[in-house]
Write a protein that binds this ligand. Structure first.
Ligand code: HEC
Length: 102
């Protein structure tokens, strides 16, 4: 009985994080992004720091990830453009929320 309770506690704590990471992987984000280091795109912790306190960030970034970087628009992070994401908007929004918790 004790074991079951403990297992529930563990799942309850790590479940959402694992699900978000799995969704990010499934949505193709992890090929270019990492939590704490720059890959092709910026590190999630740098994105979270940049948009800290920005109440509109979830909406802005979800739209940006869906549409991708626009040719001719200034890049926010450097030299690479992000391609438009084929992932469903709800998934992208969930992943963006998770990114902003880094
Ligand atoms: C092919 C590589 C690639 C993939 C796949 C990719 N990204 Fe990016 N991402 C980038 C690059 C490059 C940038 C930096 C663009 C810039 O400088 O404006 C970026 C920037 C971002 C930003 C910050 C945008 C800003 O304007 O500050 C967010 C948030 C983000 N990505 C989320 C995601 C999510 C969520 C996914 C998956 C649905 C994803 N990315 C998939 C390469 C990628």
């Amino acid at each position: 009985m004790k074991r079951v309770v403990m297992l529930c506690a563990i799942l309850g704590m790590s479940g959402p994080v694992l699900a978000d990471q799995a969704l990010a992987t499934q949505s193709g984000c992890m090929g270019c992004h990492k939590a704490d280091a720059k890959l092709i795109g910026p590190a999630f912790k740098d994105i979270a720091a940049k948009y800290k306190g920005d109440a509109a960030a979830v909406d802005t970034l979800t739209a940006k990830v869906k549409a991708g970087s626009k040719p001719g628009e200034p890049l926010n992070w450097g030299t690479m453009m992000m391609p438009p994401s084929p992932a469903p908007e709800d998934d992208v929004r969930t992943v963006v929320r998770w990114i902003l918790t880094h």
